[in-house]
Design a binder for this molecule. Sequence first.
Ligand SMILES: Cc1cc2nc3c(=O)[nH]c(=O)nc-3n(C[C@H](O)[C@H](O)[C@H](O)COP(=O)(O)OP(=O)(O)OC[C@H]3O[C@@H](n4cnc5c(N)ncnc54)[C@H](O)[C@@H]3O)c2cc1C
Length: 462
Amino acid sequence: MNYDIIVIGSGPGGYVAAIRASQLGFKTAIVERESLGGICLNWGCIPTKALLKSAQVFEYLNHAADYGIKVEGGEADFAAIIKRSRGVADGMSKGIQFLMKKNKIDVIMGTAKIKKGGKVEVKGGDGSTKEYTAKHTILATGARSRELPNLKQDGKTIIGYRQAMNLEKQPKSLVVVGSGAIGVEFAYFYNSIGTKVTVVEYLDRIVPVEDTDISKQLEKSLKKAGIDILTSAEVTGVDTSSSPAKVSIKTAKGEQTIEAEVVLSAVGITPNIENLGLEEVGVKTDKGRVLVDDYYKTNVEGVYAIGDIVKGQALAHVASAEGITCVEKIKGLHVEPINYNNIPGCTYCSPEIASVGYTEKAAKDAGYELKIGKFPFSASGKASASGAKDGFVKVIFDAKYGEFLGAHLIGNNVTEMIAEVVVARKLETTGHEIIKSVHPHPTMSEAIMEAAADAYGECIHL
Ligand SMILES: Cc1cc2nc3c(=O)[nH]c(=O)nc-3n(C[C@H](O)[C@H](O)[C@H](O)COP(=O)(O)OP(=O)(O)OC[C@H]3O[C@@H](n4cnc5c(N)ncnc54)[C@H](O)[C@@H]3O)c2cc1C
């Protein structure tokens, strides 16, 4: 069975690459060992957002009186929340099945391995093996939860993200180790439905990839919501011999022990590059990731890699963009390499976080002279009307040429607002062009225009 392109892995990198390949006229197949849609649709982006929506609805109910609505007896039904989330994920996975069929892409279920000479060997669930050939093979095998030596996941007391979104019973107490997007989203979800949550972060602030002001504001908001947060703190061990488990934590103030029914390890990911045939074929890797050029070509002719297994932000939209870039380059189209400094990052707790481009520190370190503007949602009419005054928009410009260097948003619905800044940066927009782009009133997005105006001393509502 010969193909122009075989894609291994059907996450947002793989399935998007396959669809673009088919659109460009390539005879395409995709191999998947588990469920179509990969981590993103089945165990990542989508099911977590379904959980977070339930948390948000529950929060609205609990605060209904603030909006003049009387509600009595609202209760979070954990099993039903999980069931809804799993249902949403299953529905999305079926949607990918439909898209594969629509685009005439052959779906091969099984575990794939590359071999020399453009061959791909697929082992099916029944143990049988079949061989396929392709002119081009794109590896898009994604990643799994990273395990720390002193935090071995047993799937029951010490868990990873998969179990965290599929527990049978709501834990009374939870320690979340790691405060990146995944850790913070689960911390927020469980806290809002009544679990006692403690977040332990090794670095000196939560969401450490974000601008410092965002970390400070989020810490304030999460603490106000009842989450305990320990920064500059390290989990040194977990005693699971009795329930609740005893979590030993080293902090600047000394050792302390916290009891928790469940410990969620959210300390990052490990790319799936084992047993893929990389060594046999001679594909080079570095620090656990496949080495590729700007168009995702490995050192071996005809072998490419995209998504969580290559360097760059481990995000679904990055994987998809890489898939499209890779396939268009194979076709010989004129494609620009991806600018990784213009990739938006979003965290969907409450308040939400969305950011793109340089943080203040990164911009200073890069030698820019800065013009910074900030607009708090407490001064926004729409935020007041919505009862969502927490948070702000911070924008950073280069003082010399006015280049829009970065934006950092925290507040209600900001994950839907960040795309404006992404387009602005892509089009190399300056601060004054943002200020002169009339924004609709009343919207949360006016805060971007006002923050830009603040940078130039022209803010109206502050
Ligand atoms: C809890 C959680 C929440 C997240 N939320 C977000 C979010 O809100 N926004 C965002 O942008 N990103 C989010 N991410 C990250 C996002 O899910 C990943 O960046 C994205 O899924 C990576 O896509 P991918 O195509 O590289 O791989 P994956 O989605 O991991 O897919 C890889 C696929 O390859 C298959 N596979 C692996 N090896 C083989 C093999 N040998 N043969 C056949 N098939 C194989 C796997 O079964 C899997 O289906 C989240 C991740 C997690 C864990």
